[in-house]
Design a protein around this ligand. Structure first.
Ligand SMILES: C[S@@+](CC[C@H](N)C(=O)[O-])C[C@H]1O[C@@H](n2cnc3c(N)ncnc32)[C@H](O)[C@@H]1O
Length: 313
């Protein structure tokens, strides 16, 4: 289950053969149903819809396969037309809509190609409020095109009455031009031993996300894992403690893990057993390791700012 020839500095999470039976004991699956609270369901999300109470989900985080031919550890997703992908999303949203509370928020992930389908599909039943674009700095450039290095997260709500805790998601940034008042006091920024910082309200352009890679303990073998920092922003902004977060396409378990670290309730489903094992192991590690890389002292730090670096090491 693990990468061969893993280097010494490589902190990618491993699942050992001897851990498998205890980890899989914790999953629900179509042959073993039970209380979904704070669990992982191994199987298609469709298999668990009847187990989720109507009007109970406060936050839906939807990160389905994008419209690319991709092999998720044996599960083959085939690229289709824009119309077919829109129909695929329509079906997911129709299936899950009855489970959403009237005050719920829905975040839907995609790239530039699927964004058109996401907007078309979501706007049929939800209030589409914004599109977050985040910098996904990975991979080589293309020779005959602009390199793809951004992804989108569409922000939708079920009604006009929804949670948005803007003070919970402030961003701590280095101050480039530290302006002082005439009496020498700082204006809107703080002077610290580690540098000059300003806490600002978050915009819909995120340049502070690092996608998990080998030196990060949250990294797994999942090919399209989202970072804990990214999911933490969404959960903090759009839920309160003890709210219920549902992720039907759980992958390596990021949403469950972050919900747990932030004291929210959660349920996630994933069709691939190996990914469920990683998700369960991450959940168990989160019993004691509650930190989220890039989020400290109640604020999100810019990439590579000194304080955040120190605390991560
Ligand atoms: C884009 S990935 C999600 C990555 C995840 N956000 C993370 O941080 O690891 C999509 C996942 O959906 C899973 N999947 C595809 N169809 C599914 C279905 N019908 N029910 C549950 N999971 C499914 C795939 O196996 C894949 O792991």
């Amino acid at each position: 289950m693990n990468k061969k020839n893993k280097g010494k500095m490589n902190r990618t999470l491993e699942v050992q053969e001897k851990e498998i039976s205890s980890l899989e004991n914790s999953f629900l699956h179509p042959g073993k149903k039970g209380d979904i609270k704070n669990k992982i369901g191994l199987g298609s999300y469709v298999d668990f819809l009847d187990d989720i109470k109507d009007n109970s989900v406060d936050l839906l985080f939807l990160d389905p396969p994008y419209n690319l031919s991709k092999n998720f550890n044996g599960f083959e997703f085939k690229k289709s037309s824009v119309e077919e992908y829109t129909e695929y999303l329509d079906e997911i949203l129709e299936n899950i809509n009855p489970k959403l509370s009237n005050n719920s928020t829905i975040y839907i992930c995609g790239d530039w190609k699927t964004s058109i389908s996401i907007f078309n599909s979501a706007s049929k039943i939800f209030h589409v409020r914004n599109r977050i674009t985040w910098e996904r700095e990975k991979g080589r450039g293309a020779k005959s095109n602009w390199k793809n290095c951004s992804e989108d997260i569409w922000f939708c709500t079920k009604s006009n009455d929804y949670t948005f805790n803007v003070d919970e998601v402030k961003q701590r940034r280095n101050v480039i031009a530290p302006y002082r008042n005439q009496d020498g006091t700082t204006r809107d920024w703080s002077e610290t031993k580690e540098g000059n910082f300003r806490d600002s309200f978050p915009s819909n352009l995120w340049k502070d996300i690092t996608i998990p890679f080998w030196s990060m303990p949250e990294n797994t073998i999942h090919p399209t894992q989202k970072s804990e920092k990214l999911v933490a922003k969404l959960i903090l902004a759009s839920t309160n403690k003890n709210d219920f977060v549902f992720d039907p396409f759980l992958g390596s378990g990021t949403t469950n893990v972050v919900a747990k670290k932030l004291n929210r309730n959660f349920f996630g489903t994933e069709i691939n057993k190996e990914y469920c094992l990683y998700a369960q192991k991450r959940l168990e590690l989160a019993e004691s390791a509650k930190d989220i890389q890039g989020y400290h002292d109640g604020v999100f730090w810019d990439r590579n700012t000194l304080s955040a670096q120190k605390k991560n090491n």
